[in-house]
Design a protein around this ligand. Structure first.
Ligand code: BES
Ligand code: ZN
Ligand code: ZN
Length: 501
């Protein structure tokens, strides 16, 4: 979708649908399109009993009274309750509603009181993100007929008052970059696992490098090299699959970086559970077990386009978790790259095995100031926080606070969780340094985090984001269709954009 800004009279915009917003009870007050249209709006609003409640919208055929063919008035609910999060939802709902009418060209009229109440740039960014993210669809494997039926909106004009153009432009630029990256992550996650193998994930990474005009350097380490790195835990997981592991290394290094951050993404392209096999229901959506990797790749696809003064490294240990005659067996003992031994009590706790080696690699070879890992790690985190909130663990208060602040602005929710050292006994093993699962039924997501902590250098600020819940939606929301959500892209890009030292 192409975005542009116009300060022209909205009544004269040559679009199929003009979207305007009204707060509860004042349908006509915010809309000044002339008496003729006002009459049409009033008639329609009375007929439909439209009160501009949140979630309500009204479509008015303008019958030539103004240039836009149709007018869509979206209710925003009570003015006092309106915030940026609501704004995203309201714009998303309005865009989806507009799309149902199959328009080629739409325009969104940003109310002046939004631009005065909130930071103008943030309003513009949130608007662009909401339009793109809510109208996203994955049609790659649908017939041409279906594709035509679900035609994407081609152009979206953001209409503003002239005085706000510069800030709106900034927001529009960043919003487009962030939305594009998020949709790229969704595409990667929605791709089925027979296509999205470790090899294809590696190719996607190499493509990002090629497109970046040498700003992002990408290397893919093959099995032999992974063996040289002594990543025994990662190799243990991948050994059951016919697909070879690919250890993906991305790097973005601006001229005078102020900070070095490593982003780690869980990249299991399919998680059957291995010999501790999942139920068929539990396996249905497991192509999404590389959603952390998808987020990391997408952040790299965007990083060179935003002003970010951070030396950024991305690491993904891509592989499949399969049962086979060569697969890991419960009771096997593996040695991770930092020398610690791990008893594999359950082969379905494979993500932490791959991450253990990557976190060791990041600590020893990259020596960064901070590491952030993002992973669809535990069903237990879903039990704790539900489907739309990610768990956040960190050994560093500042990093944790910054990520929480980024979550609030980006609209991707995280909740801080404890790295409770008293629970370390849960991951003790009788025969190795660590067990890959926590004893008993409780605190599974914390046990997984404590396990990861064993592989991170103590002097490194580290955050772990468990996205098992929000990575993949079974039901659509206003902003996120069914399937891959691209969770983490907006959150981490906002964090990187707003880093202050
Ligand atoms: N990939 C799963 C976690 C997951 C579950 C993500 C559901 C998204 C939705 C992970 O590898 C896993 O299987 N974890 C096990 C750990 C257990 C065996 C200790 C789990 O959470 O059940
Ligand atoms: Zn698993
Ligand atoms: Zn998994």
């Amino acid at each position: 979708m192409k975005f542009s800004i116009k300060a022209k009279d909205p009544a004269k915009l040559d679009v199929d649908i003009l979207i305007m917003f009204a707060a509860k009870g004042d349908v006509l007050q915010a809309i000044s399109l002339g008496a003729e249209v006002n009459k049409l709006i009033k008639e329609m609003a009375d007929q439909e009993e439209f009160k501009a409640n949140e979630k309500e919208s009204l479509i008015v055929h303008t019958k030539g009274a103004i240039t836009p063919y149709k007018l869509l008035i979206a209710g925003t609910g009570k003015e006092v309750d309106f915030d940026l999060l609501k704004l995203r939802k309201v714009v998303a709902r309005a865009s989806k509603k507009a799309k149902e009418n199959n328009p080629k060209k739409i325009a969104i009229c940003l109310p002046i009181h939004w631009l005065n109440k909130f930071n103008t740039q943030e309003v513009a960014q949130a608007t662009v993100e909401a339009v793109s993210l809510s109208t996203y669809q994955f049609l790659k494997y649908k017939s041409e007929k279906e594709k035509k039926k679900n035609r994407q909106i081609e152009e979206c004009i953001i209409q503003v008052t002239p005085g706000k153009i510069i800030q709106v432009e900034k927001g529009l630029n960043v919003g487009q970059i962030v939305a594009k990256a998020t949709c790229f992550a969704r595409d990667l996650v929605n791709e089925p696992a027979n296509k999205m193998t470790p090899a294809l994930l590696a190719k996607k990474a190499l493509d990002i490098g090629k497109k970046s005009q040498k700003q992002v350097k990408v290397k893919v380490f093959e099995e032999k090299e992974i063996e040289k790195f002594e990543m025994g835990a990662y190799l243990g997981v991948s050994q059951g699959s016919a697909q070879k592991p690919k250890f993906i290394h991305l790097e973005y290094k601006p001229k005078n970086p102020v900070y070095k951050i490593v982003l780690v993404g869980k990249g299991i392209t399919f998680d059957t559970g291995g010999l501790s096999i999942k139920t068929s229901k539990g396996m249905e959506s497991m192509k999404m077990d590389m959603a952390g990797a998808a987020a990391v790749l997408s952040i790299f696809s965007a990083i060179a386009k935003i002003s970010c003064n951070v030396h950024l490294v991305g690491l993904i240990a891509a592989c499949e978790n399969m049962p086979s005659s060569r697969a890991l067996k419960p009771g096997d003992i593996l040695k991770a790259a930092n020398g610690k031994t791990i008893e594999v009590v359950n082969t379905d706790a494979e993500g932490r095995l791959t991450l253990a080696d990557v976190l060791s690699f990041a600590t020893d070879k990259e020596k960064p100031d901070a590491i952030i890992d993002i992973a669809t790690l535990t069903g237990a985190c879903m039990v704790a926080l539900g489907l739309s909130i990610a768990g956040l663990w960190s050994n560093d208060e500042k990093l944790k606070e910054k990520l929480i602040a980024a979550a609030e602005i980006s609209g991707e929710k995280v909740w801080p969780m404890p790295l409770e050292s008293e629970y370390k006994k849960l991951i003790k093993s009788d025969v190795a340094d660590l067990s890959n699962v926590g004893k008993g039924r409780y605190a599974g997501a914390i046990a997984a985090s404590l396990f990861l902590k064993e592989f991170v250098g103590e002097d490194i600020a580290w955050a772990h984001i468990d996205i098992a819940g929000p990575a993949f939606y079974q039901e659509a929301t206003s902003l996120i269709p069914k399937g891959g959500s691209g969770f983490g892209v907006r959150l981490i890009l906002h964090y990187l954009l707003n880093l202050s030292f």
